[in-house]
Design a protein around this ligand. Structure first.
Ligand SMILES: Cc1cc2nc3c(=O)[nH]c(=O)nc-3n(C[C@H](O)[C@H](O)[C@H](O)COP(=O)(O)OP(=O)(O)OC[C@H]3O[C@@H](n4cnc5c(N)ncnc54)[C@H](O)[C@@H]3O)c2cc1C
Length: 512
């Protein structure tokens, strides 16, 4: 039987990060990926012969410690968000600065800057918590737990150092809803809508849901901005995989793990779908939390852990529409450079909330929030064709009546129709299209519910309770098993943080 020090399940970016960190410390590492390609949700696809980002298309919060540890050589250009407006007065958002696309001042610029900077200040407090395992608040206090609690104590101290007024403001807003906070400061419109859309990105929630301010702050805590990688997501996958392989990790695709072998409360390896067994004393899984538990067997967990994970919410609502166009789309009122960034259709806070409502009843939004990137405007395809990559929120996992061909076409037509209003003529250039519903995303990547973050990133599912109380410090049931993907702290997006933190935790425990 082949023998490794560590087996990593999944070659998404978190699996590759974990492998690189472990291999960098001299461990003999094997990465097993069930798909035939690498990258998981950030994999590249092709449509009608043209390469495009199959799901993820931007780098949101790539963790600087991950970049450093892995020596990632990535050329990623930060891009502003353009909040598209029906009246043609598009708003360009670049961090705390906003202006109209024609360069004129936005009437809410000062109010936005004050609000944004305050949220970033609050985010900076939480940002420190992303770099390591969250404090363990379960059970009695051990020496290790005391160390982890130190992080919380430092957070409390930093909060106090902000002064009484800021501390009060933080406590007042942190669990409130993004809709009220935003509309207290800004007039409703594309600028306010874009901020609301960011508060609920990938979530099964509208901006009026309690705790959405926390989600926004948490996002800003990890960077907040978007970057477009030169060479596309393919270059990102290659950088992560290259780092793991250069450090000596072995990566195998088309290798689905069907069981994590547990003997006497400790992992001893894995069994593949073809029955092959590979042995290792450490297994790091980047499959979803419930799936990882299933792989190890429910009998390896106490009943309370099984019950808690059953309640972990993983309903995906983000779908992907990819289009191939016969020519370049021209967005009215935007320069080519502005159109090359992140384009957001979220006309107002209330429109974002209205877009969410139907999904509660298994229906697709009539006017969804759409985040679009046209990567070929910066990196032209040799064929001269262009690609539109659009994330669509909100789309149900299973609509009433199922995903018939007609139901699918309706979503594609909505996206094409919405974009055509801003880039007249785009609809006539569509040469190929595809829709990936949350269900498609689940079957393709294994992510439970097809959820962007492998599980809702709401206050009750973050930090010390992600994915559940007692399972939140990467250790995941039997000794030697760790959860290392987006279902673990600090959650989803292409950050690499869960993979790095889990690998560091595993190394520390193995050395003890
Ligand atoms: C539509 C959509 C758009 C998104 N857009 C962005 C974006 O623009 N920017 C951004 O930062 N984030 C985006 N995200 C989120 C981001 O892509 C994910 O949060 C992140 O990629 C998760 O990484 P991961 O490594 O934890 O998991 P994954 O990428 O899901 O990787 C897990 C891997 O494990 C493999 N696996 C599962 N089970 C097994 C098994 N039993 N045996 C072997 N292998 C297995 C899977 O095949 C998969 O490759 C988007 C998500 C979606 C759904």
């Amino acid at each position: 039987m082949e023998q490794f020090d560590a087996i990593v399940i999944g070659a998404g970016h978190n699996g590759l990060t974990a492998a690189a960190v472990l291999a960098g410390k001299g461990k003999k590492v094997l990465v097993l990926e069930r798909s035939t390609s690498l990258g998981g949700m950030m994999a590249t696809g092709t449509l009608s012969g043209v390469q495009l980002p199959r799901l993820a298309h931007l780098l949101y919060n790539l963790n600087p410690a991950v970049v450093g540890d892995l020596g990632l050589k990535l050329d990623a250009k930060p891009v502003p968000t353009v909040a598209l407006s029906e009246d043609g007065r598009h708003v360009v958002m670049d961090g705390a600065e906003v202006r109209f696309a024609d360069g004129t001042a936005h009437p809410d610029a000062a109010a936005f800057a004050t609000l944004y900077q305050r949220l970033v200040r609050f985010g900076t407090l939480l940002g420190q918590l992303a770099q390591a395992a969250p404090p363990d608040l379960s059970g009695s206090l051990s020496l290790a737990q005391a160390g982890e609690l130190g992080a919380l104590a430092r957070l409390g101290l930093r909060l106090r150092l902000m002064g009484k007024a800021e501390m009060r403001e933080f406590l007042r807003i942190v669990l409130s809803n993004a809709q009220d906070l935003i509309l207290d400061e800004l007039a409703d419109g594309p600028l306010a809508g874009a901020l609301a859309a960011d508060a609920v990105r990938g979530a099964w929630a509208g901006p009026s849901a309690p705790g959405t301010v926390f989600s926004l702050i948490y996002r800003l805590a990890q960077g907040g901005g978007a970057a477009l990688p030169s060479g596309g997501m393919d270059a990102v996958v290659s950088a992560f995989a290259g780092s793991a392989e250069t450090r000596g990790a072995t990566i195998r695709t088309g290798a689905a793990v069907q069981r994590i072998v547990v003997e006497g409360d400790r992992v001893t390896g894995v069994e593949l779908a073809d029955g092959t067994r590979v042995s290792a004393t450490m297994v790091l899984s980047t499959a979803g939390a419930a799936q990882s538990m299933l792989l190890a067997g429910h009998e390896s967990y106490d009943i309370e852990a099984v019950r808690r994970l059953r309640n972990f919410r993983t309903k995906g609502t983000a779908a992907k529409v990819n289009l191939v166009l016969s020519g370049a789309p021209e967005f009215s009122g935007l320069s080519r450079e502005q159109a090359s960034g992140r384009l957001l259709i979220a006309p107002s806070v209330r429109a974002v909330e209205r877009a969410f409502n139907p999904v509660k009843y298994g229906e697709t939004s009539k006017a969804p929030v759409i985040e679009t990137v046209v990567p070929t405007l910066t990196a032209p395809d040799a064929s001269g064709k262009h690609v539109v990559s659009a994330v669509v929120q909100y789309v149900p996992y299973a609509p009433d009546g199922g995903w018939t061909g007609t139901a699918r076409q309706i979503v594609i037509d909505q996206v094409v129709g919405a974009l055509d209003r801003f880039a007249p003529g785009l609809a006539g250039m569509v040469a190929a299209s595809e829709l990936l519903t949350p269900g498609d995303i689940e079957s393709e990547t294994g992510a439970p519910g097809g959820h962007w973050h492998h599980g809702e990133m709401s206050f009750d599912q973050l930090l010390s309770v992600r994915p559940a109380n007692g399972l939140a410090q990467y250790r995941f049931g039997p000794a030697g098993l760790y959860l290392a993907g987006a279902a673990a702290h600090p959650g989803g997006d292409v950050t690499g943080a869960p993979g790095r933190n889990a690998a560091l935790k595993a190394l520390k425990e193995m050395a003890a």
